[in-house]
Design a protein around this ligand. Structure first.
Ligand SMILES: [Zn+2]
Length: 279
């Protein structure tokens, strides 16, 4: 049986290299932090995704990964297994949210190159680590749609989930870089609207969508707190807000595990039968 094989692997790996440490259980959308990888030259495989394991040890847990037990394996540059441990992925119980896209929104198509450019950005893995904690909230406002929400359009499952947080920020609010990094995307796209993407290094990226105005320049370095644009309602959006996403290895992770952002009083409770003005 697969489990006993994995168990055996675990014992062998623990005997070989007891330095790595991982949590026994995580939630969907969490970021696993593998401890004990000081040289940052290993590779990790988890949930069928293989990533470079840098010294910070970040490994993303996809929001849509079915709850259950999954092996996390670490191998060296040559592919020699160093470590395996089973991690229990718990159900984060993400809510369902119904939104009512307007006709204009429903007919929106990504611009030529939009999907490809964003994917290429998310796949960026820079050797240099720019980011450091604590992260900063990109706007001072409350959160009115959390990460991981399963999106229904007009009451029907869209197959999409919310890959970030929506911050209920007024039109024109300055949007600030959540951490230091290099601007890799600064473009007005059809679907994501005014879009800024920052490479924080070593596979960690952030995105800021629906901006009314872009301040950042592609190729420029930014510090945490630098203004990269202004809140708007461009692209797939029903009203002014900031969509802010964090990604590790191209996988959207839950920003609330990195910064505590308060939920808006009126918009905090997700409901199945309610129409909300956001995208
Ligand atoms: Zn959003």
């Amino acid at each position: 049986m697969a489990n006993s094989k994995v168990f055996l692997l675990t014992l062998l790996a623990l005997a070989a290299d007891p330095a790595f440490r991982v949590p026994a259980a995580v939630d969907q959308g969490d970021t696993i932090r593998v401890a004990g990888n000081p040289n940052g030259e290993a590779y990790v495989t988890f949930a069928q995704k293989k990533l470079r394991l840098f010294a910070d040890g970040l490994v993303p847990v996809p929001a849509i990964l079915a709850p259950g037990k999954y092996p996390l394996t670490i191998a060296d540059k040559q592919g020699k297994p160093l470590f395996t441990q089973i991690i229990d992925v718990r159900d984060a119980k993400f809510p369902i949210q119904n939104i009512a896209p307007t006709k204009a929104m429903s007919s929106l198509k990504p611009a030529p190159g939009e999907v490809e450019s964003i994917q290429a950005f998310l796949n960026t893995v820079s050797e240099t680590r720019y980011w450091s904690e604590p992260f900063r909230a990109p706007t001072p406002q409350c959160m009115n749609s959390p990460y991981g929400v399963q999106r229904y359009y007009h009451g029907k499952p869209s197959g999409n989930f919310h890959r970030g947080l929506d911050l209920r920020s007024p039109m024109g609010t300055p949007v600030k870089a959540t951490a230091a990094g290099m601007v890799r995307l600064a473009h007005q796209w059809n679907y994501t609207g005014g879009t800024v993407g920052i490479d924080h290094g070593q596979g960690f990226t952030s995105m800021y969508l629906h901006l009314s105005k872009i301040e950042a320049k592609e190729g420029a370095t930014v510090q945490a707190g630098d203004v990269v644009g202004y809140v708007g309602s461009t692209g797939f959006a029903t009203g002014p807000h900031l969509h802010w996403g964090l990604f590790v290895g191209g996988i959207a992770i839950n920003p609330q595990k990195w910064i505590a952002i308060p939920a808006c009083a009126a918009g905090a409770k997700p409901a199945r039968k309610r129409t909300k003005k956001r995208g």
